[in-house]
Design a protein around this ligand. Structure first.
Ligand code: IMP
Ligand code: MG
Length: 178
């Protein structure tokens, strides 16, 4: 199957996404108070979510960007996580907030949590994902914070891509199966 722009249905509108982000930000503001946070954005998909989320966070905050890939192309997870660029500062003793676009099988999230535990003794490590496809999970990982739970749909927009396209949509869309 190929995804055509005219076949896309809106799953979450721009308004719904922005409202949800403010709700998550309020929870994080409560959690961290005035403690410093290192927000780690997982490129490329989470960049839209991360940028919008951190604008609503009030604590002293530094942003880092790492690049992983698990989806080679198309719809099916390759089952392997590639660390394309995972250079990070010293996170020992820091509050770390990992920001992802979606948790699907959970392999990426697991890889990241393991990476943190192996490399740093952080003060805290929290995982925040805009979307959570609980139904396709193959690991025991659960996000500490998530925006929306979705069923087994392939979604695009607001950072999420199909073969590199559609990241720039303001909304999250899907193709209805006929
Ligand atoms: P996981 O390792 O299987 O949890 O997959 C996580 C990564 O797969 C995400 O960071 C996305 O980049 C990608 N992904 C999973 N589901 C979708 C989807 O429905 N649309 C676009 N990308 C997806
Ligand atoms: Mg991603």
């Amino acid at each position: 199957m190929d995804i055509k722009a005219e076949d896309l249905k809106i799953l979450f509108s721009e308004d719904q996404i922005q409202t949800k982000i403010k709700e998550i930000a309020a929870e994080l503001n409560t959690l961290y108070g005035s403690e410093e946070v290192y927000a780690i954005c997982v490129l490329k998909g989470a960049v839209f979510f991360a940028i919008d989320l951190v604008k609503h966070l009030n604590m002293p905050l530094k942003m880092e960007f790492i690049r992983l890939s698990s989806y080679g192309s198309g719809f099916a997870s390759s089952g392997k996580v590639n660390a394309v660029d995972i250079s990070l500062p010293d996170l020992n003793g820091k509050n770390v907030l990992i920001i992802e676009d979606i948790i699907d099988t959970g392999l990426t999230a697991k890889f990241l949590m393991d990476f943190m535990h192996c490399n740093f003794k952080t003060k805290s490590t929290k995982f925040c994902s805009l979307l959570d496809k609980k139904i396709t999970r193959k690991t025991d990982i659960e996000p500490d914070y998530y925006g929306f739970e979705i069923d087994n749909k392939f979604v695009v927009g607001y950072g999420l891509d199909y073969e590199g396209y559609y990241r720039n949509l303001k909304y999250i869309g899907y193709v209805e199966e006929k």
